[in-house]
Design a protein. Structure first.
Length: 215
């Protein structure tokens, strides 16, 4: 069963089609797969079988949450992905007091690397600023623009990003960061497109725990 409260969002319209799909789940789901990689089910006597990735992705998030002592983990997924995995996550979203929810995000046009390269060259964006734009700002935008970011939107977003970066204070106030953490925890991502708020959250250096493909 998938309910409105299983989505991490603030004042967002319930994804009706996903809730409808969740009402049409087969009574029996096969959780084993014959794949070369995955979570082995051999300890359960199912040799050469692994856990279906649609269930395994939930377990991986719960394991990461346990290591981080996070009681309210959130898994970012597109609407299509949520429709594909939600039935398999029904048995795993609530575990020993931990409640795993979905944060829906839109697609980012990373595949058009040539266009991104030309866009950054035209606007004379430095490599560091480009990296922050690709790996920090656009992912946050995708949590706000859940319908997906189009290639036509990239120039406007880049212009907005440069303006916000120029306004970044040397030392953001701790009260501002605390407020942003509170809003993110509540699923409120509207601040991403607020040129008065965004500059105070921009990190000094590009993220290092994951990067988009270099244009």
């Amino acid at each position: 069963m998938l309910a409105r409260d299983d989505f991490h969002a603030h004042r967002a319209r319930p994804p009706g089609h996903l809730l409808t799909i969740a009402q049409n789940v087969p009574q029996r789901l096969i959780l084993s797969r014959t794949r070369d990689r995955g979570i082995s089910l051999a300890p359960l006597g199912l040799d050469n079988l692994v856990l279906d990735p649609r269930a395994g992705v939930h377990i991986a998030v719960l394991a990461a949450a346990a290591r981080s002592n996070a009681g309210q983990p959130v898994m970012t997924v597109t609407e299509n992905a949520a429709a594909n995995v939600a039935a398999y996550g029904a048995l795993f979203r609530r575990d020993n007091g931990t409640w795993l929810r979905y944060a829906l995000h839109g697609r980012i046009p990373y595949d058009d690397t040539a266009a991104l390269q030309r866009l950054c060259e035209v606007h004379r964006v430095s490599p560091a600023l480009r990296e922050l734009f690709l790996t920090w700002f656009l992912p946050l935008c995708s949590l706000h623009i859940r319908a997906g970011i189009t290639a036509a939107q990239l120039p406007g977003l880049l212009k907005f990003w440069r303006r916000a970066h120029l306004a970044r204070p040397d030392i953001p106030g701790s009260d501002v960061l605390a407020e942003l953490r509170h809003r993110v925890a509540a699923g409120d991502m509207r601040w991403v497109m607020d040129v008065r708020t965004l500059p105070r959250a921009i990190p000094e250096y590009p993220v290092t725990h994951g990067s988009a493909e270099e244009p």
